[in-house]
Design a binder for this molecule. Sequence first.
Ligand code: CA
Length: 530
Amino acid sequence: MVRVKYCNLRWSLPIALFSLMALWLISSPVQFVAAQSPRSKDDRPNIVIIYSDDHAQHAVGAYGSRMNQTPAIDRLARDGMRFNNSFVANAICGPARATLLTGLHSHANGMTANNTRFRDDLPTFAKGLQAAGYQTAMIGKWHIPTKPNGFDYWAIKRGGYYNSEFETPDGKETSKGHITDVITERSVDWMRDTAQQNRPFLVWISHSAVHRTWAPAGRHLDRYADRDIPPPNNLHDDYQGRNPGASTAQMRVSRDLFPAYDLKLPVTGDQILDRAAARQLDQMTDEQRERWDAAFVPRNDAFAEAGLAGRQRTEWNYQRYIKNYLRCVDGIDESVATVRGFLEKNSLADNTIVIYSSDQGFFLGDHGWYDKRWMYEESFRTPLLIYWPGVTTPQSTSDHLVQNIDIAPTLLEMAGAEPVADMQGESLAPLLQGEKPSDWRNALYYHYQMVEPPGRTSHLVAKHYGIRTARHKLIYFYEHDFWELYDLERDPGEMNNLYPGLASSDLVKQLKNELADLRVQYKDTSGKPW
Ligand code: CA
């Protein structure tokens, strides 16, 4: 026994020493890594949302624009997935942002219009990602009455296109430059600081371009100067067969654009928007103003000499409006290039999801209009491109019907955060992973119900809700008890209201049943039932 014990003791020391050495050899590389990076690496992807304002799908190259090119946005489409059927729930600025945050239709988040209250108590993607350990920021246009909640950092743009102020948790800050460049620079600065830390980040780069008043950066003012943009076929729409609100809405290119505020003609009056236009010019530096005047003064002189009227004047208005709009789009496209360039140069691109979208689409002379609000395709649709490195197949597309209610659940799933059962949208993650679920929604619900005071600066679009399937759209203008039905395959421009001829058809009965089901599903009791 003693011998055996002795033998054990005799061998146990070298064995123990050998074991300790082996353990040191095995563990030393780990210790070396740990010494450099005290916390374990967090591999969750960063998320960058580049969100523009009023950027219509039909002014995006990747969506087949006939008017312009958007190389950086198109590159995002080539790297990731383009959603061909991407829509909003309510085509107006504040409500679109409230829906993006909450994954809820407007009636459910309180923000049915720009001038209503937002239910700040609701879960949002920002709160969810913050709780999951993400560093979060919102920089740019906010347009919600409460202060940003769920963001570690925020800076709300206040003011126009040039030299805007920002409201931050630390107070007001001034800026110098064109707003798209300033929002981009602030966002890149935040990412540069934040990427140093060992936690993933989410930044919502919320551009205020390409919203009215379409004031491009100096370097873009001569773009499109040497050619005309082809106007849409229905620039001179007469609204035959459409709801009574179509002809009374104040958003006509021919009539409702303000001379100085929108069309960059000389300020001559003293109405509220003339004063706003004058103020915007006053906010420019001398250098910015010189560049501006060099572009517009000669063109305005030529316009004054031409003495245009009627259709010719409408077409001039259209060219002036659309060119400035597209110049603002050029600024947004450069922002996408800058942000992606930053990610690539800083070794962040391989683990950063990049999303490009807009708060809704816009009428680019379609139906004779500018602005949005209607459930018609031009404003109901919105661009949606998502590049998820290692997940999305390059140049992939999805035809599924998706809506801005889907973004919040998608972001939560991308970040591995807790899902929120009450969100009305569906996560797009399966679509991004290449799945083609057969039980995906086959119809979208939409409700616009903004009340505006009567007056020249209001748009006065009739309230409406409706349903859109892959092929048909049925809209109820409940203030007028008026229905519109479109066959989108045969009539993509929605010029021919089929409802009067098909009011008692099986198609209309079925669509009305589905619309009623959607109102129940989304618990929307606002707006008059039929
Ligand atoms: Ca908008």
